[in-house]
Design a protein around this ligand. Structure first.
Ligand code: ATP
Length: 199
């Protein structure tokens, strides 16, 4: 008898994406390759619980759509943008699990974010909804210290010292963000006058 087909393996790349940059895209691409993912869903947050984001979610969503359009394995979800209230990862994963009950989910997070994971809401349920893959990020130590090793995998990815904070700051100071973010995102930022006054 033929083996049953394996469930779809789906990455989940959550972020504020304010703006999305090549550090995000390389991380998602490397995890997709190393974990044999069929798809990576990028999920721009609504209002995150851990930081104050002033750029409207619709701008962040559209920049994410533009940045991921050229990769057939990348998609973008509106679950967090459309949900009322503060964004928590547990709600993201519950919604995606409801929409894709057949899929095995892999939540992708940077070394800085994974270090905080035990502070996330309903952390015990998080482990039951997804595997976690933490990727290296310049300036942060990649470690599973204190985390359940069976639920969190570590992956070294090409080091890109790019942050959204720095991109916003550069735009506000009149510096270019070409080659830090995809070309279409540069054009979107320019067209919509984003980040001109807030760093
Ligand atoms: P900000 O500077 O506004 O805090 P950010 O650059 O950290 O933003 P987020 O949208 O908050 O970007 O990041 C989403 C996810 O991508 C997080 O898990 C973060 O750790 C990871 N990430 C962001 N930048 C990089 C990078 N350069 N290399 C690897 N992972 C990254």
């Amino acid at each position: 008898m033929a083996d049953a087909p394996r469930p779809p393996r789906v990455g989940v790349m959550g972020g504020t994406f304010d703006p999305i940059h090549h550090g995000h895209l390389v991380a998602a691409s490397e995890v997709a390759q190393s974990f044999d993912l069929d798809e990576v869903i990028f999920v721009p947050t609504g209002q995150p619980w851990h930081k104050n984001v002033v750029t409207p979610a619709e701008h962040r969503y559209l920049m994410t759509v533009i940045a991921t359009a050229s990769n057939p394995r990348f998609t973008v979800s509106r679950v967090d943008v459309d949900r009322q209230g503060t964004t928590y990862t547990i709600d993201t994963l519950r919604d995606l699990h409801r929409d894709r009950p057949d899929a095995e989910l892999f939540f992708i997070t940077g070394a800085d974010a994974v270090a905080q994971i035990l502070n996330w809401k309903d952390v015990e349920e998080l482990w039951s909804l997804a595997h976690f893959v933490a990727v290296s990020r310049p300036g942060h130590t990649l470690s599973v210290s204190g985390l359940p090793r069976q639920d969190v995998s570590l992956l070294e990815v090409p080091a890109l010292a790019i942050s959204s904070t720095d991109c916003r700051s550069r735009v506000s100071r009149g510096f270019p963000v070409w080659y830090l973010v995809p070309d279409g995102v540069v054009q979107y930022i320019t067209k919509h006058h984003l980040y001109r006054s807030n760093a």
